[in-house]
Design a protein around this ligand. Structure first.
Ligand code: FAD
Ligand code: A2P
Length: 316
């Protein structure tokens, strides 16, 4: 696979400490806030949860873009604790409190019909976290993640952040970091969700977009108003629909793309980027170099298209 599209100079990332708290010995930290993050009318249950990590090894050592591990305090039928689940940190690097003591995350309850027998399926950890009250303690590990971070010199780059659902968590923290550092380059958040009621953190993001000329907030609401051709608004469709804003940013050779959320969302972004000629963000194998990106199939996307070092992915 060609590497010619990797940005010439290395993108320097901050040094981070990983797994300070190991899964075998999680620490116990109290919850200080657990609130619904959607509008009340949303059919999705997504919560903003804040943890107090003051006085622990994690204090001051969790950076926007990293994840923490949560071990649900529920013994399974064999008397064992379930494995830990990872959650992206939604707080800025200085924490919710500005001093690295409080960190947060954005958790969506996994609720569905069971694929096999149509009974109600409830994810273990997301539903455990959703029910906890302030004061309850949770077992936490981490941090993890050493690449999905803002660069060391954030003012040298423009940013396109593509998020679906709880994929917004790391971008809330990163955008807060960029604002705190008064970064003047172009920053666009492209957020996808099913309904208007699911515009997470819009109470922060909307006024920010209105007050900061270099911050752009684009919403792709998939199950409400369709696009002109009847198709759904997805994050990748903004590359076409908002071309006047996004193409000049994408053309600059110091622009970085970050993608977080639904596993599989990245392939739509790859296709859209390639379709409009923004191939610097991708490594495209010779095998499909002559093929129209609209015709790339699942196999092409799996084997023959990868992100270049200008794109950062966290999909789950
Ligand atoms: P589980 O009990 O683990 O159930 C999920 C599993 O059950 C799935 O793996 C699937 O195999 C199966 N399953 C799913 N649906 C059904 C069904 N209908 N019928 C039968 N089986 C089914 N989540 C967030 O909410 N916020 C975040 O910020 C976040 N950040 C993450 C960051 C990273 C790096 C990663 C890897 C994951 C992140 N996640 C995040 C996802 C999170 O770790 C959990 O996977 C998620 O909360 C579900 O866990 P659970 O214990 O509730 O579900
Ligand atoms: P939809 O479910 O209408 O097809 P949430 O995690 O809150 O459910 O939000 C995920 C959002 O991402 C929804 O708007 C969903 O649309 C959308 N989505 C689903 N599949 C993709 C995909 N392949 N690429 C981009 N967005 C997607």
């Amino acid at each position: 696979m060609s590497t010619e599209n990797d940005i010439k100079q290395d993108i320097e990332l901050p040094d981070v400490q990983l797994n300070i708290v190991k899964p075998k010995q999680p620490i116990e930290v109290p919850i200080v806030e657990n609130r619904i993050a959607t509008k009340n009318a949303s059919p999705n249950f997504i919560r903003h949860i804040v943890f107090d990590i003051s006085g622990t090894e994690l204090e001051g050592n969790v950076i926007a873009g990293q994840s923490i591990g949560i071990v649900p305090d529920i013994l399974d039928k064999d008397g064992k604790y379930p494995k830990l689940r990872l959650y992206s940190v939604a707080s800025p690097t200085n924490g919710e409190d500005g001093g690295g003591k409080y960190i947060s995350t954005t958790v969506k309850r996994l609720l569905d019909e069971h694929w096999e027998n149509q009974s109600i399926f409830m994810g273990v950890c997301s539903n455990y976290l959703a029910t906890l009250k302030p004061g309850s303690k949770v077992k936490m590990t981490g941090p993890s993640g050493k690449r999905f971070l803002l660069p060391k010199n954030p003012e040298n780059y423009n940013y396109l952040f593509f998020a679906t659902g709880t994929g917004i968590a790391p971008f809330r923290g990163m955008i807060m970091d960029l604002m705190e550092k008064n970064v003047k380059s172009e920053i666009a958040l492209i957020f996808g969700c099913p309904y208007r009621t699911d515009l997470l953190y819009s109470e922060y993001l909307q006024p920010l977009a209105e007050s900061r000329a270099n911050f752009h907030y684009l919403k792709s609401i998939s199950r409400e108003d369709p696009r002109k051709d009847g198709s759904k608004h997805y994050v990748q469709t903004q590359i076409e629909d908002e071309s006047e804003l996004l193409h000049p940013i994408l053309k600059q050779d110091n622009t970085l793309i970050y993608v977080c959320g639904l596993k599989g969302m990245e392939t739509g972004i790859y296709k859209s980027l390639a379709k409009y000629g923004f191939k610097d963000y991708l490594k495209i194998s010779e095998k499909i170099a002559g093929k129209d990106p609209d015709d790339w199939d699942k196999e092409d996307l799996k084997r023959n298209v990868k992100p270049s070092n200008r794109m950062f992915l966290e999909v789950y």
